[in-house]
Write a protein that binds this ligand. Structure first.
Ligand SMILES: NC(=O)c1ccc[n+]([C@@H]2O[C@H](COP(=O)([O-])OP(=O)(O)OC[C@H]3O[C@@H](n4cnc5c(N)ncnc54)[C@H](O)[C@@H]3O)[C@@H](O)[C@H]2O)c1
Ligand SMILES: O=c1ccn([C@@H]2O[C@H](COP(=O)(O)OP(=O)(O)O[C@H]3O[C@H](CO)[C@@H](O)[C@H](O)[C@H]3O)[C@@H](O)[C@H]2O)c(=O)[nH]1
Length: 480
């Protein structure tokens, strides 16, 4: 029986391995992690992450050929194929701080593999890493090899949160990069056979190591660039009276461009886009390509601009101050159908509003109060370290309350900001909300989920990203 071990039981390691176990009953899959609470949760009824369809998959295979354990060394030693899916945060100190990937966790995983292995291993990079990481990993492993043969493969993960199970069941492609030696090709073939249990052959792409590593960074940069492009156009729409949804639809109808990923928003969030673009920027700089670095940096600058533009719009609309005013925030997760808040635009928007002394009342169907308080008090990039290494006791923001109902959040509020596109926000009783808010009552829709005309009929003053402005807002000062 082939044995797989995955180091890192996070958003990628957990769902990816659960699907491999489901589709390959003859393979034993063990997911290991240094974080005991996380492993305990994987072994419980309440999984550590919320992802549609995940519970069913885990329930079907857990205890059969899928196991979660903290006994990292034992399972690494026994495995034929080791996936490494640990954190690769942005460095906060030293060389490359604020841009380069911090490979501390990866390196310690590689050293541990070298220490405990007694048989040949295929080591698979599942984490997103800088180009040429495989070379460094190879050096760590072979310098301590004791005659063991290691083959390093790059097999980046392209799943998106909220649709992880769907994406894993039907991936657009599986990418495997390896050495172009006979041993390298054999290892690529071995991993290909795992995926071939359910992924059609023409969707399994094989490349050299560096192409695979770079493709992951490039794919995320391209996706984020589309969002920044449409967000940049949204600012121009507001200035001119064009409607960004109509523009995006017309642009996306061109088959060369395509309709996906053209939704204007308060900005993109999530654990990957910003981190991976910063990483790409750093690699470009290190390779003497400042023009290329600056090109990609602009994607992040526009994203930051979009978030601050939103905050400025809120404050400017409400007589240039939100001091002491209650502002309801609906949605805190970085997108719908996930409880993940990593790099969510809601953090920056809340910081902006708190900076202007607002009282914020937050409702999100999947995010806990503890998480929100941690997010608001954590320093940049601290969130991307294993949980036990993150700051423990957040200073609670007294100006922030977290409630479990949209109606409670909006009661007595002057304004309401929609920051995540949860479906339930489309069907709220906005008349009831209006009746219970201060007047004039403002809605700032950062996700274009409400129908602005219907809300205006109720009596709200409505701002929707990239949509023709309410007469009220037209006379307000520029928001840049
Ligand atoms: N989240 C996504 O949607 C996504 C998608 C594709 C790729 N990625 C990439 O995958 C990687 C992991 O992301 P994630 O979201 O799963 O992170 P995560 O923080 O959810 O999980 C990482 C896990 O690794 C564990 N860990 C760290 N060092 C360890 C060690 N030495 N031994 C054992 N366990 C260790 C941590 O405790 C943590 O539970 C990152 O490189 C990320 O960029 C993420
Ligand atoms: O038209 C759009 C599409 C997305 N977003 C926002 O962009 C962010 C990222 O969304 P999405 O890409 O759907 O989720 P992620 O889970 O971050 O997935 C991205 O990052 C992963 C980690 O690398 C990759 O594996 C995925 O392929 C890639 O889509 C979220 O804040 C979305 O709200 C928009 O604002 N407008």
């Amino acid at each position: 029986m082939v044995k797989i071990c995955c180091i890192g039981a996070g958003y990628v390691g957990g769902p990816t391995m659960a699907v491999i176990a489901l589709k390959c009953p003859a393979i034993e899959v063990v997911v290991v992690d240094i974080a005991k609470p996380r492993i305990d949760a994987w072994n419980s009824e309440q999984l550590p992450i919320y992802e549609p369809g995940l519970d069913e998959v885990v329930k079907e295979c857990r205890g059969r050929n899928l196991f979660f354990s903290t006994d990292v060394e034992k399972h690494v030693a026994e495995a034929d194929i080791i996936f490494v899916s640990v954190n690769t945060p942005t460095k906060t100190r030293g060389l490359g701080a604020g841009k380069a990937a911090d490979l501390t966790y990866w390196e310690s995983a590689a050293r541990m593999i070298a220490d405990v292995s007694k048989s040949d291993k295929i080591v698979v990079e599942k984490s997103t890493v800088p180009v040429k990481t495989a070379e460094a990993i190879e050096k760590i492993l072979t310098h301590n090899s004791k005659g063991i043969n290691y083959q390093i493969l790059s097999n980046p993960e392209f799943l998106a949160e909220g649709t992880a199970i769907e994406d894993l069941f039907k991936p657009d492609r599986v990418l495997i990069g390896g050495r172009e030696t006979p041993e390298g090709k054999k290892a690529v073939q071995a991993l290909k056979e795992v995926y071939a249990h359910w992924v059609p052959e023409d969707r399994i792409i094989t490349t050299n190591l560096w192409s695979a590593e770079l493709s992951k960074l490039a794919a995320n940069a391209f996706l984020a660039q589309r969002i920044s492009s449409v967000n940049a156009i949204s600012a121009l729409c507001e200035a001119t009276g064009a409607n960004v949804s109509e523009v995006a639809y017309a642009v996306g109808k061109d088959t060369r461009i395509g309709p996906k990923f053209l939704n204007a928003s308060v900005g993109f969030g999530g654990s990957c886009f910003q981190k991976d673009i910063l990483n790409l920027v750093y690699i470009c700089e290190c390779n003497g390509l400042p023009e290329v670095a600056n090109y990609w940096k602009q994607v992040i600058k526009i994203n930051d601009y979009q978030k601050s533009r939103f905050v400025n719009r809120v404050v400017a609309s409400m007589f240039n101050t939100v001091s002491g005013k209650k502002i309801a925030v609906l949605g805190f997760a970085f997108k719908k159908d996930t409880g993940d808040t990593r790099e969510t635009p809601a953090i920056d928007v809340c910081h902006g509003l708190l900076g202007d002394k607002a009282q914020i009342s937050i409702y999100d169907p999947q995010v806990t109060e503890d998480q929100i308080q941690r997010d608001l008090s954590m320093a940049k990039f601290d969130w991307d370290h294993p949980r036990h290494l993150q700051p423990t006791s957040p200073t609670a923001f007294k100006q922030v309350s977290v409630v479990w109902d949209a109606y409670e959040a909006t009661k007595g509020a002057h304004g309401l900001c929609i920051l995540t596109e949860w479906d339930e926000f489309k069907t709220l009783d906005y008349q009831r909300i209006f009746d219970n808010m201060q007047k004039p009552a403002f809605v700032f829709d950062g996700r274009n989920v409400v129908d602005p005309e219907k809300l205006r009929e109720i009596g709200f003053i409505v701002y929707s990203i990239g949509k023709p402005l309410d007469a009220w807002l037209k006379d307000m000062p520029a928001v840049a």
